[in-house]
Design a protein around this ligand. Structure first.
Ligand SMILES: O=C(O)CCC(=O)C(=O)O
Length: 350
């Protein structure tokens, strides 16, 4: 997850949305007709098949080649999902007096505010609401309890469903990797969940800004939900920004930096970004999963072999998030794990 209790600074109230996002160096295709499609993985098939199956191979390929996939037939009640989508949209339209009750406090990332790391040359055309959701004893009482009903109740139910879904995915990822003892599942079970709702206002010059700068997630796994009909997510595929058209009723699953490290680079965490629309607002909801603060992040021992030595250093979770959330990396198109944790003389390809 992106943040639990580590505070590395507060959101900067920037001269917001003012500048061309200068890191947009990767080419944006003029036509999307030749774009590769984000793989689609069917959870109901995965759960009903015992042995290595075509669907599991699909999952394996998606995790290796994309670090992203669309998940269909996930079993989460669509009424709940629709309620959460509507609640998130309404949250950003609350009267300002109501919103103030949920505003970020100095030095804190949670609540309404702007993206950390927004500074000269990397502005984000987005307002966000970020909240730690599980385990529930870590919730800030002034935030969760001030979310209006019935959204609060729906969000509560959604958190539980997202945890179940994430755990299922972690188990299946272990299966796809062919490992029985999968350390990450347990560390994440003891870890945390946080949710970021992103509100991208319409922008008169969408080509001049980004909703969210290119970044990789600092989570192990992120479950993304587009909350209205406006698309905007793009994924970096070998230097081309591939736009994502979410399927109805699908979740977009993104593997985060923690998973790339723990899988010893077998699976990848991929740069992605959000673009904005000239006429329509866009809302998305990202649910992040990360390990508990007390442990370490490093390649799972079962995935380190003489043929495949450790590609990343092992680091304490708290230190990992300090680095990931530092101004040098947060919200920037730079990879903390590649710059700091990657063992430079590893010989592994791909
Ligand atoms: O809005 C989106 O689709 C992307 C959101 C995202 O990447 C994030 O919240 O980290």
């Amino acid at each position: 997850m992106e943040s639990e209790t580590v505070k590395v600074g507060s959101s900067l109230v920037i001269d917001s949305m003012k500048e061309v996002a200068k890191e947009a160096l990767i080419k944006v295709p003029e036509s999307t007709s030749f774009m590769p499609n984000l793989p689609i993985v069917d959870l109901s098939k995965l759960l009903s098949e015992e042995v290595k199956s075509p669907e599991l191979e699909k999952l394996d390929r998606a995790c290796k080649e994309w670090g992203f996939f669309q998940l269909i037939n996930h079993g989460v009640d669509m009424k709940l999902v629709e309620d959460v989508k509507r609640g998130a949209q309404e949250l950003f339209h609350l009267p300002i007096e109501e919103k103030k009750k949920l505003w970020q406090k100095p030095g804190d990332m949670e609540g309404f505010g702007q993206m950390l790391g927004s500074d000269e040359g990397s502005s984000n055309w987005v307002d966000l609401f970020y909240i730690l959701t599980l385990p529930s004893h870590l919730r800030k009482p002034h935030l969760f309890h001030n979310i209006p009903m019935p959204f609060r109740k729906n969000l509560e139910d959604y958190c539980i469903k997202m945890r179940e879904l994430a755990m299922n995915i972690f188990v299946l990822i272990g299966k796809a990797l062919g490992i029985e003892a999968w350390d990450i599942e347990e560390s994440i079970r003891e870890g945390g969940q946080s949710i970021r709702m992103n509100y991208y206002p319409p922008c008169p010059q969408p080509e001049n800004v980004l909703g969210l700068n290119a970044h990789t997630d600092g989570s192990a796994l992120t479950i993304l939900l587009q909350a209205n009909e406006v698309d905007g997510l793009q994924i970096d595929k070998h230097g081309t920004w591939v736009p994502v058209k979410p399927l109805p009723n699908a979740f977009i699953i993104s593997l985060g930096d923690v998973l790339e490290v723990m899988t010893n680079g077998m699976y990848r965490s991929t740069m992605h970004r959000a673009v904005v629309n000239s006429e329509k607002e866009r809302v998305s909801i990202a649910t992040f999963y990360g390990p508990g603060r007390s442990g370490n992040i490093g390649p799972a021992p079962t995935l380190v072999t003489p043929e495949r030595p450790a590609l990343f250093k092992t680091i304490g979770v708290t230190d990992f998030y300090k680095g990931y959330l530092s101004p040098e990396y947060l919200g920037k198109p730079k990879s903390y794990i590649n710059d700091v944790l990657r063992i430079q003389n590893g010989h592994i390809e791909g």
